[in-house]
Design a binder for this molecule. Structure first.
Ligand code: F0G
Length: 477
């Protein structure tokens, strides 16, 4: 059952995304779906009754007040664009101190203009691995956590492929406001992420199953025990994730790029980005909307299958749900499970699917699927550029390369790929790719259909003798 706390903020409410339903709920209600039709919920604002700046440049004045936590946070310095919580209730740990880097090495790999010679276009990496827990999740967690705190929650839970759980565990550990209860699939989470949850003290429930199983269970358990759910079915999560796009615009001196390319798992990010651009456009704060590319792994490609192969569309909110149901039935019959080296996006039943269809509609979007080989090759290029990311993040770069090869992205386009998670989240895949040890390569990557490591930077093995060491360095320099 939904619980409720009345608030005074009558300019803010929750609303069902299905236009033919449009049921509304108080901002203080805790719910993850519409009580009338079961659809997803948005946080909605009556903008004309709220103080909204008339230019995005207005936010620059907050830079001078970086000593104030709400101005320092890369999420809350945009508070006016997610004004659902009173400032004194905001729980922030300085999330969103991220950077956007122009990256010529990756531009060359993708086939885009570089800054040398051509000044147009280019490839930019939005490095979300710089967040306190090492992934973009902190953008959404500070928002959902703030809402949970506002309504007095004492426990918060999520199912996770590892990053949401690390983020929740971190916010609980730092603030001591709530206990974290996390659900993970057994053997489905990288050690970097598991170590975070354990170290930060989360109650960690490892269930015999995968993320899709864990997601189903956490919904049942939170409902039964009245625990606050922070997965991205929680509409407040997505409010925080909108700010990734605000920071991209900020870094580009408020110019809208041509493309945003993002990996797709549970489809929270893509949904949040669509809402961000829809609102900015409605508010007259941007004059055009970038195109969105959402990139699935081949082994977890529900969005690609439904959108690109079976042609499902947002269609003004009149989604043909039978197409989805039929595909899900087929997956059940074949007992098909998500499977990819990019464990963060190893998801077959994305909870934000309908919202993502809306985002693709708003942003004239496309969806692509990339193989684990393409993901790891792209990841090595990101690493060689000096930033580094986890496998799922590199799906964005692999997808951009594919769209460039198809001619859908032009060489002169300005393309922003979102690097969703830090390189150190999943060192196993990275070391296996670069390893000299064929057995290790086969064990970790061979089972995923990865045949070769074209860009491997192999360690040079030498005996412990000075001459041999010097010779090895001279031979390889
Ligand atoms: N990249 C990383 C590093 C992620 O951790 C996730 C999702 C995604 C991409 C996909 O983002 O769900 O917004 O489409 N990780 C979730 C988790 C599912 O539990 O940590 P999405």
């Amino acid at each position: 059952m939904a619980t409720s706390v009345q608030t005074n903020t009558d300019q803010v409410f929750q609303r069902c995304v299905a236009p033919d339903c449009g049921a509304t709920y108080d901002v203080g209600e805790v719910r993850t779906s519409c009580g009338t039709c079961g659809g997803l919920l948005d946080v909605s604002y009556e903008w004309d009754r709220l103080d909204v700046p008339d230019s995005l440049r207005w936010f620059e004045k907050k830079w001078a007040r970086r000593n104030e936590p709400l101005c320092r946070s890369g999420v809350w310095r945009f508070h006016e664009l997610l004004p659902f919580a009173p400032p004194e209730k905001v729980v922030t740990i300085g999330e969103g101190q991220t950077m956007l880097s122009r990256c010529d090495g990756v531009a060359r790999y993708v086939g885009l203009n570089t800054s040398v010679g051509m000044n147009t276009g280019g490839l930019f990496l939005e490095y979300e691995g710089l967040n306190p827990s090492g992934s973009f999740k902190d953008n959404g967690m500070t928002a959902a956590f703030t809402h949970a705190h506002t309504i007095g929650a004492k426990r918060a839970a999520c199912a996770s492929t590892g990053n949401t759980s690390a983020s929740l565990a971190l916010y609980c550990g730092v603030s001591k406001l709530m206990q974290a209860v996390i659900f993970i699939g057994s053997g489905k989470i990288s050690y970097g992420k598991l170590s975070q949850a354990l170290d930060y003290g989360a109650l960690t429930i490892q269930i015999a199953g995968d993320f899709d199983d864990a997601m189903q269970r956490v919904r049942e358990v939170t409902e039964q025990l009245g625990i606050y759910l922070v997965n991205s079915v929680n509409p407040f999560r997505l409010e925080g994730q909108k700010t990734i796009m605000y920071r991209v615009l900020e870094s580009l001196d408020w110019e809208v790029p041509d493309w945003i390319v993002v990996p797709g798992g549970n489809l929270g990010n893509s949904s949040a980005f669509g809402k961000a651009f829809m609102e900015l456009h409605e508010l007259g704060l941007i004059d055009r909307i970038p195109r969105l590319a959402v990139i699935n792994a081949v082994g977890a490609n529900t969005l690609h299958e439904l959108f690109e192969v079976r042609g499902q569309r947002w269609n003004g909110g009149q989604i043909d749900h039978q197409t989805t149901a039929k595909f899900y039935d087929e997956m059940n019959e074949q007992n098909r499970r998500a499977s990819t080296i990019a464990s963060a996006i190893e998801i077959n039943r994305p909870v934000n699917y309908e919202k993502c269809l809306r985002a693709l509609d708003i942003c004239d979007g496309v969806v692509r699927e990339v193989t684990d080989q393409q993901i790891l090759d792209a990841k090595s290029q990101v690493g060689a550029s000096g930033l580094g990311c986890e496998p799922a993040s590199a799906a964005s770069v692999a997808g951009a390369k594919m769209l460039r090869a198809e001619g859908i992205i032009a060489p002169s386009d300005r393309v922003v790929c979102i690097l969703t998670g830090h390189q150190l989240k999943d060192p196993t895949a990275t070391v296996a790719y670069h390893t000299t040890d064929q057995e290790e390569f086969n064990r970790v990557l061979g089972s995923r259909g990865v045949q070769r490591a074209e860009f491997a930077n192999r360690a040079v093995a030498v005996p412990n003798e000075l001459d041999e060491i010097i010779r090895a360095i001279q031979l390889n320099s």
